[in-house]
Design a protein around this ligand. Structure first.
Ligand code: SAM
Length: 214
């Protein structure tokens, strides 16, 4: 882990280039079943509900599972990930977008999900991401998002599926406060594992926040 804080660096473009290059390797290890992590949300949504998957990656398994019942938009900053997602899940609309650049209109979604993605956005921009998510939800809409667990700052690792990759996060207490500060009510919090299909990865613990726009 190498701490990074170069004010001139564009870490979002760095992440996008990284996933352009490593997406196939990442996706090959990704678990293909996501029903258990989506059940609680799915039970509260009507068929055909509008759902946004932020940082959708190659759309398997999250976007694909959602698209079986809902009207889904998958958004990812990596152009190659969106190409992979489009190929994998034709039932969803897939767009290339940076979640930290306010890419969506107000009050259009019934739910926004984001798995293993917000921690790739520079952490000083993350409250703005949650505020934009809040704005893009209809009243009564839901947020289901994995967030950082520890206050680790911003850092890179040299070999994430063959590329140098960037992460940036606070501890989970800060995310509870951030989500509440933008107006959400917290419904539930649980722990997600790493999401890979094989046991050859180190154990991971990612807080998963389930919240509602009043
Ligand atoms: C670890 S992958 C997770 C992909 C997918 N959500 C999953 O569950 O497998 C992280 C994804 O977030 C995307 N991402 C990172 N920063 C982003 C940003 N600022 N806006 C949109 N997508 C972003 C990456 O390109 C990558 O596809």
């Amino acid at each position: 882990m190498k701490p990074v804080d170069d004010k001139a660096a564009d870490y979002r473009a760095f992440v996008a280039r990284g996933y352009d290059a490593c997406g196939d390797a990442y996706n090959a290890d990704r678990a293909t079943n996501a029903a258990d992590v989506l059940d609680g949300l799915a039970a509260r949504l009507a068929d055909g509900a509008r759902v946004l998957d932020l940082g959708c990656g190659a759309a398997v398994p999250i976007t694909r599972t959602l698209a079986a019942r809902f009207d889904v938009v998958g958004a990812d900053i990596s152009r190659q990930q969106t190409v992979r997602a489009h190929t994998a899940v034709s039932a969803a609309s897939i767009v290339t977008a940076d979640m930290s650049a306010s890419p969506f209109r107000t009050e259009v979604f019934d739910a926004v999900v984001s798995f293993y993605a917000i921690f790739h956005v520079p952490r000083e921009l993350q409250q703005g991401v949650f505020a934009d998510i809040f704005g893009s939800l209809k009243p009564g809409g839901y947020l289901l998002a994995s967030v950082g667990r520890t206050d680790a700052g911003s850092y890179t690792e040299p070999d994430f599926f063959g590329v140098e990759m960037y992460w940036s996060h606070y501890g989970v207490d800060a995310y509870r406060a951030m989500v509440a500060a933008v107006g959400f009510e917290l419904l539930e919090e649980r722990i997600l594992a790493h999401g890979y299909s094989a046991d050859c990865h180190e154990p991971e613990r990612h807080p998963l926040i389930f919240a509602r726009k009043p």
